[in-house]
Design a protein around this ligand. Structure first.
Ligand code: SF4
Length: 331
C-alpha cells in the first residue's frame, strides 16, 4: 500500500524533474492527515508493508522529527505495529542519528537512496550535492547499522564516467552490502536540466521510455554506445549472479540487527512463498548451493535474520529473471 506525506525536494539533480514538477520546498501533510490515512488502512484490515511514496521523505527534517514521526510512533505502539514502512530519501539521513532513531521507532524498515555513482566527477556533473565529498560507503553502513535496510539506485552513462566505472561500480555495490541495487542507464526526462542541456548540445534523440533499466538511452552518450551497453550488462551479470548476490546478502545480514518492534503476523501467503522458495531455489534453481548455505547460516548463526534471508533469496531470483528478460529483448 502506498501513502504520501510530502512532495518536492530541496535538491535539484540534473537528471531529475521532481523539482520542476513538485517544487523545491517540500509541501507536507499534517500529522492528523497521516494518522487518518493509517487509521483507514488499519480499518480495512491491512497488516503489511506501507510505502511512503515521497520524492524525498526527509526534505523537511524539522517537521518530521518534531511532529510526524512521534505521532506515527505513538499510533503504531497503540496498534501493536500493524505495518512496516519503507520510503525514498537522500543520503544525508546518515548525518542525523536522532532522525534515524525516530524512523526506526516509527516502524520504518527500508529506505531507497539515490547513490548514482561512486565516481566523484559524475556526481559533480549531475549536481548530486548531498553525495559529493562524502564517504558513501560509510554513510550507507551507518544507516544499515541503525537497523534500516538500504536499497540504492545507481546510474551509468554520465559524460564523466571513465571506462573503469563498470568494475568500480560492481565492487562498490559488493562492498556496501546493498542487496537491492537498482542499476540503470542515464536518461533525460522532459523538464529536467539534463534534458535542456542535451537539447542545446543536439544530443537528444527521443523521449525516455520511463524505465531506465530497459537498456534504452534517449541521448547520444559520450562513451562509445557499445562499450556502455556491454559494461552495463557486465555490471548486472556480476551483481545478480548467485555467487555475488548471495555473498552480498550474507555481508549485509552479518552486520544487520533488525529492530524488534512488532509481533510476527503469520499469513498463508508467506508460508506459500517460503515453500515455493525451497522448491524453486533449493531444488530446481541454479543457485541451490548458495540458497542452502544462506538458509542454514541464518538458521544457525543469526535466526533473527532468517525471514530476511528467505525474502532476499526470492528477490534475487526476481532480479535475475528480469535481467534475463531484458537481455532477450535486446537480441
Ligand atoms: S534525484 Fe532525488 S535528491 Fe535529486 S532532485 Fe530528484 S528527488 Fe531530489
Amino acid at each position: 500500500m502506498n501513502i504520501q506525506y510530502s512532495r518536492g525536494c530541496p535538491f535539484n539533480c540534473e537528471f531529475c524533474n521532481v523539482t520542476l514538477l513538485n517544487g523545491h520546498r517540500p509541501r507536507t501533510k499534517t500529522k492528523e492527515q497521516i494518522i487518518r490515512e493509517l487509521e483507514a488502512l488499519y480499518r480495512w484490515g491491512w497488516r503489511d508493508a506501507v510505502f511512503f511514496v515521497d520524492d524525498n521523505l526527509i526534505g523537511n527534517k524539522k517537521k518530521l522529527k518534531q511532529d510526524i514521526l512521534p505521532a506515527i510512533h505513538e499510533w503504531m505502539e497503540e496498534h501493536r505495529y500493524p505495518f512496516t514502512f519503507s520510503t525514498q530519501l537522500s543520503i544525508d539521513l546518515a548525518d542525523d542519528e536522532e532522525l534515524m532513531d525516530l524512523m526506526i521507532k516509527a516502524g520504518f524498515q527500508t529506505v531507497f537512496v539515490g547513490i548514482e555513482s561512486p565516481n566523484e566527477e559524475s556526481l559533480q556533473e549531475c549536481a548530486k550535492k548531498q553525495n559529493i565529498a562524502r564517504d558513501l560507503v560509510a554513510s550507507i553502513k551507518k544507516i544499515q547499522k541503525f537497523g534500516l535496510e538500504v536499497q540504492a539506485g545507481f546510474i551509468l552513462g554520465f559524460d564523466s564516467d571513465p571506462e573503469s566505472i563498470f568494475v568500480r561500480l560492481a565492487d562498490f555495490i559488493q562492498n556496501t552490502g546493498v542487496v537491492t541495487a537498482m542499476v540503470g542507464l542515464l536518461n533525460a526526462p522532459k523538464g529536467s536540466r539534463l534534458y535542456a542541456r542535451l537539447q542545446a548540445e543536439k544530443r537528444l534523440i527521443k523521449e525516455t521510455s520511463g524505465d531506465n533499466t530497459d537498456f534504452s538511452l534517449n541521448f547520444i552518450p559520450k562513451m562509445d554506445y557499445k562499450t556502455l551497453i556491454q559494461g552495463y550488462t557486465n555490471v548486472l551479470s556480476k551483481i545478480y549472479s548467485p555467487r555475488h548476490y548471495y555473498n552480498r546478502v550474507r555481508k549485509f545480514l552479518a552486520e544487520f540487527e533488525p529492530p524488534r518492534l512488532r509481533p510476527i503476523y503469520f499469513r498463508i501467503v508467506h508460508l506459500k512463498a517460503f515453500l515455493k522458495s525451497i522448491w524453486y531455489l533449493g531444488f530446481i534453481g541454479q543457485e541451490k548451493l548458495y540458497y542452502w548455505r544462506l538458509f542454514f547460516w541464518s538458521l544457525v548463526k543469526k535466526i533473527n535474520t532468517f525471514p530476511h534471508a528467505v525474502s532476499f533469496a526470492i528477490y534475487g531470483y526476481h532480479f535475475r529473471r528480469m535481467f534475463v528478460e531484458h537481455i532477450k529483448k535486446l537480441r
